[in-house]
Design a protein around this ligand. Sequence first.
Ligand code: ADP
Ligand code: NA
Length: 327
Amino acid sequence: MPRVFSGIQPTGDPHIGNYFGAMKNYVRLGEEYGKNSIYCVVDLHAPTNPNAYDPRQLAARTLEMAVANMAAGLDPEKVIFFAQSHVPEHTELAWLFTVITPVGELERMTQYKDKAQKLESTPAGLLMYPVLQAADILLYKADTVPVGEDQVQHIELTREIARKFNHQFGEMFPEPRAVLAKDALRIPGVDGQGKMSKSKGNTIGILEPLDSIWQKLRPAPTDPARVRRTDPGDPDKCLIGDYHKLFSDLPTIETVYEGCRTAGIGCVDCKKMLMVGITRELTPIQERAAELRADPVRVRDVLAQGAKEARQIAAPVMEEAREKVGF
Ligand code: ADP
Ligand code: NA
């Protein structure tokens, strides 16, 4: 049976790019693999980037990310869902991996270079980030890792670490592969300037109030060919057209695509029709999130239970690794 692992950054408020690109995939894989799908809020990774970390907010953000994923359909009864800092084996295995990972390999990582460049002093933890990530995955002997494109390089390093460990200390770890959400690789941002990303400030949050979403959509750029209401447009060159494909039902997509090409409808009407689909998709998620937020004890219990389940797998794997290395 394949085993799935994915880490979720405790950033707090996921956007529709995260939702379609990652979170829905977790739910789908969870239906398929049950307790062999393991999802972890990777709070130990957060402090490695001092620019994006606040100790007073970390615990709340971890909880909020758990709420968001559960609200989006991740069922902790079916999958294993927990916070990384509750399972100390992650850091212990990472330490063993540091001794077989060349510093040069780590310095070549694109994400490290990007982040380090923005810092005056680079913490060693930022360099070690992909080693901890390899431990996150291999601690569960996971072979399937649903991630975004930007993580492919780290998964390749994870494979190398597994290979090297097996070679040096004895066969033990699988070589995991990245699985990309091919149909939702790059959800565009509301500014029309490429990929939606938290760092670009062009997001639509899945837990964002609907009126706030509308305030962002109303001024959002559309096909520049539609200067006047009577100019026809190309919905394939319009981010609102892209969003319709994610949120709207088929008859609506046909109506707006035809309406755009013939100038039968204006962009504001098209955006209003998009809001119908967004409202239908996000309302139940936002209602579930409100229920969960009102009951933080329940969410903490879920994570505590998840950590127990995770440790049942992690502890014997860690024991095996310790023995292999000679402890
Ligand atoms: P951000 O870029 O906003 O910081 P993350 O890097 O935390 O988001 O990404 C979390 C997950 O969501 C990753 O699996 C990533 O590939 C996916 N993801 C992020 N932005 C998008 C997007 N615009 N379209 C599709 N998937 C995305
Ligand atoms: Na990113």
